[in-house]
Design a protein around this ligand. Sequence first.
Ligand SMILES: [Zn+2]
Length: 104
Amino acid sequence: MPEMNISKKLSRWSLEDAREVGHVLVIRCGLCNITRRFLPGDILKLRKNTTLNRLKFVCQKCDKGTYIDVNVYYPSAGDIGKLPIRRLAGIRDVRMPIWRDETL
Ligand SMILES: [Zn+2]
């Protein structure tokens, strides 16, 4: 169902499904009114496959996830070379110390 647009269907549509048909993920923050598009294959490099309604995005401007709206878009031939996409440029591994309290 490449032309799928109804958010209810996102609960039955996974990242893998979207990648296979060539869907683009459209992530919009209603607070900042910013829309960014991602390739499902890039998201799959960061996390395991899941249905689209379970994706948790945080707006990179306001740092909130509350106003995020997830949708899919099926690009047309006219989008090639024109549609802005945010691609995964790299993954930074951050070393985080983990502390525990003990006795001497
Ligand atoms: Zn925002």
